[in-house]
Ligand binder design. Structure first.
Ligand code: AP5
Length: 236
């Protein structure tokens, strides 16, 4: 059903779907983006993941980004935009993307509009994942991922069936992010409210904003998001 809607949008308007997930650190952007990828055949584009890859590869951009990320601030727009533009030029994004952690500033949102307009595309839906800040520190400080396949886990909310063994790929190397500590999370939340939360009004003004209660269970949040995306894609 969802695939059919995406294909219909692509065939009739020659536009790949563009969905933005907005929300503070720990809101569940990555968790939901991975689920929506499967449900809709879209590609998750996480600027956080792209930046972490640049850091681990030791590229110039990665070297410039690392200290800022470790301190919980926002990486400069020029670095983020260059990384995103490269990724958007790759052929696998043809059916559309779920943007996870991008845009994070109004300058990034304007640049995204320009990039999409040049391709005959636009933002179909921007969804705000609404959460209580106080709960985010617990969510973030307890999370870890499988080093093999990236499957996400949490000390309290989602443990693998067998301790230390990934349910998805059987991998045994679990990783925690360097910026997932209480002090840095506080800074990341401050950066979100100062620089990213204003984008909620920005997309409301564009008439494409929706919101979900992201304090609900993960499956419920996914159901709400799927409905919003179906409506947005079917209506375009
Ligand atoms: P980034 O990697 O984007 O991190 P973030 O925005 O801080 O978000 P997180 O990945 O921490 O959280 P999430 O919302 O994805 O939550 P998750 O699904 O993991 O950015 C990192 C850094 O890179 C930034 O600080 C910045 O320096 C830089 N950066 C990135 N993009 C940039 C940009 N565009 N411009 C400038 N700088 C940029 O969930 C968290 C945990 O909660 C998990 O364990 C999960 O299982 C659990 N969980 C999720 N949903 C629920 C639920 N409903 N109930 C219970 N538990 C849940």
């Amino acid at each position: 059903m969802a695939e059919t809607l995406i294909e219909r949008a692509s065939e009739t308007e020659n536009r790949a779907a563009v969905v933005i997930l907005l929300g503070p650190p720990g809101a569940g952007k990555g968790t939901q983006a991975r689920r929506l990828e499967e449900a809709f055949g879209l590609v998750q584009l996480s600027t956080g993941d792209l930046l972490r890859a640049a850091v681990s590869q030791g590229t110039d951009a990665g070297k410039r980004a690392k200290a800022v990320m470790d301190a919980g601030g926002l990486v400069s727009d020029d670095i983020v935009l260059a990384i995103l533009e490269d990724r958007l030029a790759q052929p696998d994004v043809i059916k559309g993307v779920i943007l996870d952690g991008f845009p994070r500033t109004e300058a990034q949102a304007d640049a995204l509009d320009a990039m999409l307009a040049a391709r005959g595309q636009k933002v179909n839906a921007a969804v705000s994942l609404d959460v209580d800040d106080a709960a985010m520190v617990e969510r973030i400080s307890g999370r870890y991922t499988c080093g093999g396949c990236g499957e996400g886990y949490h000390d309290s909310f989602k443990q693998p069936a067998k301790a230390g063994v990934c349910d998805n790929c059987g991998g045994t190397e679990m990783k925690r992010r360097a910026d997932d500590n209480a002090e840095t999370v506080g800074e990341r939340l401050r950066a979100y409210h100062a620089q990213t939360a204003p984008l909620i009004a920005f997309y409301k003004g564009r008439g494409c904003l929706s919101s979900v209660d992201a304090m609900a269970a993960i499956d419920e949040v996914e159901t709400d998001l799927q409905q919003i995306i179906r409506d947005a894609i079917g209506a375009t």
